[in-house]
Design a protein around this ligand. Structure first.
Ligand code: HAM
Length: 495
């Protein structure tokens, strides 16, 4: 009977050599450049409380509503013993995968109970349900299960700020600069450049509101892109203001949408009521002319936010960084204030955003921490690698310095000893585990791209000098074993 092989989960993939070498090289550049700007690495868990993302990214964003991988950490005894059919219906409604937090109305739609019955049932079973601290975009109460809900992180900014608060880093004073590299999870429809497990390199600065920091963050990002070989991209820049001026803008936007929403797509009609900023993200072709004519947030900034934005653009110009002010750039996460940006690359097709980022001056407070302004970005590493490959930037590079060919059992111990000595000196060395004919062995050395082949046979053992063949030039020399390391290094360093 044929056994069906198990394949990787939809939207996830294996990264294999030599590609992983390119990933390592790109990551190594990030470590170097971020360290030069005095950032330290932070490693936070992949699993976090669901509430962390509901409160920061936003309880009614696509990411939290539809895309998170969420698990219930524990089932209480009460839940297991539950007899009440109504409570069971509500529990089941919460379990439907795409919803983590719901309003009473949303639960009514799922359970055929009316909101009053749901409220009463919840009040009767206080150990099972809880009112969330978060609210939906219209300010209505959200409800969740009492059991702890954890999610695979869809992004890491919230985790970094949680860690900042949890470890009271603010007590040390000053500015904290942190970066991370790791996998994120979003249950999106997979396509080229869009995966359910993808990787980000991100950097966050906590503790400064100064527009100089915004410009420096972008300067570091551009230097990093340059180092990995990406020179053609667009830096899209916007300001989404602060909660005060955004509230005023939202009134203007809602009023403008009232007049036009009937001719927009279904999603926009819904968003016009629930989260009007998201209308600006809509990609539906026929909506575009309408969106272009909607009021722009950049024209409704209060004087402080306007000054901040002008300082950021001045600082960017002073650094010779070009950017394009893009009033529609509002980003799909709720925590942003003031500066927002994206970097897109033409090489990528539909999924063209390589980097997303911005300021989040209220995030620490949203998560129960002290007021702490912040700004950062995340590079989508999967997309960056595609762009690096398209731009023929950094390349995979795993050079094999030497391939050791041995003939006759007596040659194996000295061959293995030489391999160990060269490897200990940091050279990449391959040796055959089984005896091989010289012709075949030289073929393998050449196929593996070895810079040198070192041949040890009966003759070499009796003279005490091994054959060292430069596979590029074809030149062959006899070298005493003790001198081989120095000999290879000399040639490789071009001396
Ligand atoms: P984001 O725009 O959601 O922002 O993601 C940043 C980047 O991650 C995107 O530009 C894209 O390159 C990559 N990305 C997102 N989703 C996927 C996916 N499904 N497959 C492949 N790549 C993807 C954030 O995550 C914020 N935390 C950025 C930030 C940091 N803001 C302030 N600090």
């Amino acid at each position: 009977m044929r056994i069906e092989p198990i394949r990787s989960v939809k939207g996830t993939r294996d990264l294999l050599p030599p590609d992983t070498n390119l990933w390592q090289r790109v990551e190594a550049e990030a470590h170097l450049i971020f360290a030069a700007y005095h950032y330290g690495e932070v490693r936070t868990p992949i699993l976090e409380e669901t509430a962390l993302f509901a409160r920061s990214v936003g309880a009614d964003t696509d990411i939290v509503m539809k895309e998170m991988y969420t698990f219930w950490e524990s089932q209480s005894e009460d839940e297991q013993n539950l007899k009440d059919a109504k409570a069971q219906q509500i529990l089941n409604a919460f379990r439907t995968r795409q919803y983590r937090f719901r309003t009473l109305d949303a639960l009514a739609g799922q359970t055929k109970l009316n909101p009053t019955e749901i409220q009463e049932t919840m009040d009767r079973n206080p150990s099972l349900f809880r009112k969330s601290l978060d609210r939906d975009a219209s300010g209505r109460d959200l409800y969740a299960l009492q059991a702890e809900s954890v999610s695979l992180r869809p992004e890491a900014t919230a985790s970094v700020v949680r860690a900042y608060i949890e470890h009271s880093l603010y007590n040390q004073g000053g500015v904290h600069k942190l970066y991370y590299i790791g996998p994120m999870f979003r249950r999106e429809r997979p396509q080229k450049g869009r995966y359910r497990q993808f990787y980000q390199i991100g950097a966050e600065v906590l503790g400064s509101q100064n527009p100089f920091v915004d410009a420096e963050v972008l300067e570091m990002l551009v230097l990093f892109l340059d180092r990995v070989g990406i020179r053609e991209y667009q830096l899209l820049l916007n300001s989404v203001g602060c909660p005060t001026c955004r509230a005023d803008y939202l009134k203007v936007l809602r009023a403008a949408l009232e007049g036009v929403k009937a001719s927009m797509c279904g999603d926009c009609q819904r968003r016009a009521d629930t989260n009007p900023l998201r209308v600006l993200d809509c990609k539906v072709e026929s909506d575009q002319p309408i969106i272009e004519n909607l009021p722009k947030i950049i024209d409704h900034l209060d004087p402080e936010c306007r000054r901040h934005f002008d300082r950021v653009t001045r600082e960017l110009q002073a650094r010779g960084l070009s950017y394009q002010v893009t009033p529609r750039l509002v980003r799909g996460l709720d925590y942003y204030t003031r500066t927002t940006f994206e970097i897109t690359s033409g090489a990528l097709g539909a999924q063209n955003a390589v980097v997303g980022g911005g300021r989040y001056d209220g995030l620490s407070e949203m998560l129960g921490g002290p007021p702490t302004p912040g700004i950062g970005f995340s590079v989508g590493l999967d997309r960056l690698i595609l762009a690096v490959q398209a731009a023929a930037g950094l390349k995979s590079e795993a050079p094999l310095a030497a391939y050791i060919v041995w003939m006759g059992e007596a040659a194996l111990p000295p061959a293995a000893g030489l391999a160990r000595e060269l490897r200990a000196q940091g050279m990449s060395v391959e040796i055959d585990y089984d005896p091989m004919k010289i012709k075949k062995a030289m073929g393998v050395a050449s196929k593996l791209g070895a810079r040198f082949a070192i041949i040890i046979g009966e003759g070499e053992l009796s003279t005490g000098r091994y054959q060292v063949k430069d596979m590029g030039s074809g030149e062959q020399q006899e070298v005493a074993p003790g001198n081989i390391a120095a000999h290879l290094k000399e040639i490789m360093n071009g001396k």
